[in-house]
Design a protein around this ligand. Structure first.
Ligand code: NI
Length: 185
């Protein structure tokens, strides 16, 4: 089922999300509907807070980027209770966007490698190293679980310049091509 994306301004996007266990109700259906919602809105990642659930779960499908970023080939999966074990490598900039912050894109600097411990959909524990665009999308989605957004990572001057546009998103004064729920329209 396609869910509306929660837009910037909603406090659920600022909560530190809580871990879940295998008994979480209808987890398989939830993961399926997150993939469906992400695909319907042309996103490459979606974190549970973005559909209003403050739990530690995100889904990623970056395979559409594999032409420019070969590491993204077949990079489609769900991450449950992820924990960043290590971030390393050189910092690099990438022009990020977010389904909850429509119409805004900014260059964000992050480290190029992330070692992640997480549970997959069957609650099998894994530890893996991700690089390049895969690391980037994981870092962006992981931020959502900590109540952080990419616009928090731009420099203070740029952030100040974004204020008006962020307020417009909060009030629903932006055109959006997918199902979205504004906080204070
Ligand atoms: Ni996002």
């Amino acid at each position: 089922m396609i869910k509306p994306i929660i837009a910037y301004g909603n406090p659920v996007l600022r909560k530190v999300a809580q871990p879940i266990d295998a008994s979480y109700p209808q987890l398989k259906e939830l993961v399926a509907s997150m993939f469906e919602t992400m695909e319907a809105s042309d996103g490459v990642g979606l974190a549970a807070p973005q559909i209003g659930l403050a739990i530690r779960l995100f889904v990623i499908d970056a395979s559409s980027m594999s032409e420019d970023y070969p590491e993204a080939q077949d990079f489609k999966r769900a991450f449950i209770n992820p924990r960043i074990v290590e971030e390393k490598g050189e910092e690099w900039y990438f022009n990020e966007g977010c389904l909850s912050v429509p119409g805004i894109r900014e260059d964000v600097s992050r480290k190029s490698i992330v070692v992640l411990e997480y549970y997959d959909e069957s609650f099998t524990k894994k530890t893996e190293e991700f690089t390049g665009i895969c690391a980037r999308v994981i870092q962006h989605e992981y931020d959502h679980l900590e109540g952080k957004l990419f616009v928090d990572r731009v420099n203070p001057l740029k952030k100040r310049l974004l204020q008006g546009r962020l307020q417009n998103i909060e009030k629903g004064k932006v055109p959006v091509q997918y199902k979205i729920k504004f906080y204070n329209p």
